[in-house]
Design a protein around this ligand. Structure first.
Ligand code: NAD
Length: 286
């Protein structure tokens, strides 16, 4: 079997086009544009690239987009004051604090300072609790993007065995809950899992979110499995995922490439969350 390569770039572009249309309809009715602010602390090159992309793509679909850049040595108080100021701004619907923050700053406290209704990354404890209890709320972007990729291929997780490799707050835990909500049977693996190969070998759906190049080997993959590779690793100047893609593609039914798979969907879901936050704040009935 040779896997279908899931084109995240294309599906993200379609998602953005649909969002652009919804925004154009809003402005056509003389309603305001949704507003997104990215808050970057320091000048980490990778974070600057990520923030730049979020800014560019939000502007392209007609959002109001702005950035706040704080010095690497800013204090927790300054960071929280910046967040609180955006909480109070009526033209801002989404607040994204780019992680990781420089050493010495408290990421949890920064996330808690964001108004949960503007927490478009879905990391505030209120939104994480909503996810856990199956209530409406902002969903974390990367797991939401993975679910959208499955849907776009017409793949129904109900009754399937999903194996999540990684248990982070950002990806592993939330996607495990989302898979459970879609009626998959879920196994979560992590750094202490005794036999990762055996766990992955039982999976109809594999979600690799570790940050370790080619950790998931091709020969582990159950024939026909759906492989979602979330990892982003730089090896010899090239981006690679957590799955040995070439070998896994020989056995999988579907596989997401790196780059061009899950990554573009993450930004698309951030934009979708921002528009949804705007519609909810304005009391739209969609
Ligand atoms: P993290 O470092 O917070 O978590 C990594 C997880 O992997 C931990 O839960 C750990 O237990 C587990 N782990 C470590 N070694 C393991 C092993 N040998 N076997 C099994 N599990 C092991 O990372 P994260 O924030 O979840 O990110 C994971 C990867 O996904 C990174 O490469 C990151 O860059 C990438 N990422 C990509 C996107 C995207 O948009 N594509 C978004 C977020 C993160």
């Amino acid at each position: 079997m040779v896997a279908e390569i899931v084109d995240g770039k294309k599906i993200a572009a379609q998602t953005r086009a649909a969002l652009a249309q919804r925004i154009a309809e809003r402005t056509g009715r003389a309603e305001r544009r949704p507003g997104l602010v990215t808050i970057l602390v320091g000048d980490d090159p990778a974070s600057k690239v990520y923030v730049g992309r979020k800014q560019r793509e939000s502007k392209e679909i007609g959002m109001h987009s702005e950035s706040a850049v704080l010095a690497v040595d800013c204090t927790q108080k300054e960071l929280v004051a910046t967040i609180v100021a955006y909480n109070q701004r009526p033209d801002i619907d989404g607040i994204l604090v780019q992680m990781p923050l420089p050493k010495g700053l408290d990421e949890d406290a920064a996330i808690r300072a964001i108004d949960p209704c503007k927490d478009v990354d879905g990391l505030h404890p209120m939104n994480q609790g909503a996810l856990f209890t199956g209530k409406p709320g902002m969903r974390p972007c990367t797991p939401a993007g993975c679910m959208r990729l499955l849907e776009s291929c017409g793949y129904d997780p109900a009754g399937k065995h999903a194996v999540v490799v990684g248990r982070s707050r950002l990806v592993g835990k939330p996607i495990a809950i989302m898979m459970l909500d879609r009626h998959a049977t879920v196994t979560i693996c992590h750094s202490r899992t005794a036999d990762l190969a055996a766990e992955v070998g039982r999976a109809d759906i594999v979600i690799a979110a570790v940050g370790s190049p080619a950790l998931v080997r091709g020969e582990w993959i159950k024939p026909g499995a759906f492989v979602l590779d979330v990892g982003i690793n730089r090896v010899d100047g090239k981006l690679v995922g957590d799955v040995d893609t070439a070998a896994a593609a020989e056995r999988a039914g579907w596989i997401t490439p790196v780059p061009g798979g899950v990554g573009p969907m993450t930004v698309a879901m951030l934009l979708e969350n921002t528009l949804t936050a705007c519609e909810l704040r304005d009391g739209d009935q969609r």
